[in-house]
Design a protein around this ligand. Sequence first.
Ligand SMILES: [Mg+2]
Length: 319
Amino acid sequence: MDEFGLIEHYFKRPPRQTEVVLGVGDDAALLAVQGAARQLAVTTDTLIEGVHFASGAAGCDVGYKALAVNVSDLAAMGARPLAFLLNLSLPKADAAWLADFRDGLFALADAVGLDLIGGDTVRGPLAITITALGTVAPGEALTRRGARAGDRIYVSGLLGEAALGFLARSGRVSLPPSMQAPLFARLDRPLPRIAEGQALLGIASAAIDISDGLLADLGHILQASGVGATLDLRRLPVSDAYVAALATVGYDPALVFGDDYELCFTVPPERVPALAGIATRFACGFHDIGGIVAGAGCVVRDGEGLYVPARAGYNHFHD
Ligand SMILES: [Mg+2]
């Protein structure tokens, strides 16, 4: 099967979004642009075997996660998912692996309403680059720049689940199997908070998704907004499994590991009641973990005083 046959066989589907005028199969995709009525949010991410996922990882998990990390960026902007491009570097065209990859990829694409509109396939080490597009009303997107002193800081869901899954899978933490399964699920199949992100439009003053660890990602909000923060460790939302492992792993996996793909966002005090109003719609919950202050940097407190994490967050070009 050649490159074009491969695309035709595995990835060509009729588009569902009305803005997708022409999808996979021409020189470029065509998206209807409605003057300035909507803005296009565009994000891209690459996953490489052995760096972002283990060699031999199930194709369906790789396909799901490659899309999920991009969808999470759309969620953090409050964007409505529209379409995506898929660039695949494959050592060989393994039919079983491709079908499995495709199933994981389209499971999430269907769940959030994304059309695949094009891409490229090349022979090389296994790597996946996805570029995702979403739309948002002009001036409404959640950015990293809007946090102000006095705002409260929230995170969705639980922190440290993916980290704990990684530590359990690599044998560095031992937990009962019943506690491990949900952790592995979160590591392999994170849940991008698309509906939550859109519900936060007009409520959150700034937002980011937690891909590189809470401290690193909150740090981006602080830097872009020109403010500082204080966090209370005792308010960090963690699971029963995390509490069971806390004596072994400490708070660092929840603070600096990343891969949670939850949202971290800030809310001005006068909009906290509006947040409470939408929170009941979402099972993940929104948890107040601290406040924005004037100045710079993030101070983390626990019951006894200041907490200093071992490292600041994931960065490919550090260490
Ligand atoms: Mg992001």
